[in-house]
Ligand binder design. Structure first.
Ligand code: 5GP
Length: 115
């Protein structure tokens, strides 16, 4: 499979505004933000979609992604007011980039249901 844009961000072939990194995870501002704060939290491991997640294998990674989201939300001053975390999965889920990513959205009141 060809490299996704997010793999190229991990390998620094493509620039991004990175806000968080550790050995498992990278997080950076979305290039086309849908809210005043819109950050993408991705695993460095290449996982295409939520469908490839196996709870017994990936529980630690998912927990680390949530920990990162909480830390970034504090740093971006959206923690107390609240925020939204979203995984889009597959065509009907609206997924465009097939490298697992958690959207962190905040800085305004979110609508429900989503479009
Ligand atoms: P999806 O629709 O797959 O859940 O979300 C993909 C997200 O990646 C979109 O919100 C889109 O704006 C963002 N995106 C696409 N290409 C790039 C890029 O090259 N750099 C960054 N920072 N974000 C991107």
């Amino acid at each position: 499979m060809s490299k996704t844009i997010f793999s190229k961000i991990i390998s620094r072939e493509i620039p991004a505004n990175i806000v968080f990194e550790n050995d498992q995870i990278l997080a950076f501002h979305d290039i086309n933000p849908k809210a005043p704060v819109h950050i993408l939290i991705i695993p460095k491991e290449e996982i295409e979609t939520v469908r490839q997640i196996d709870g017994s294998k990936h529980a630690g990674l998912l927990g680390a992604m949530i920990d990162a989201a909480n830390q970034i939300a504090k740093e971006q001053n959206i923690y107390e007011d609240g925020f939204r975390l979203v995984f889009n999965c597959g065509e009907n889920g609206g997924q465009e980039v097939y490298h697992l990513h958690l959207h962190l959205l905040g800085g305004r009141a979110m609508k429900w249901p989503p479009g």
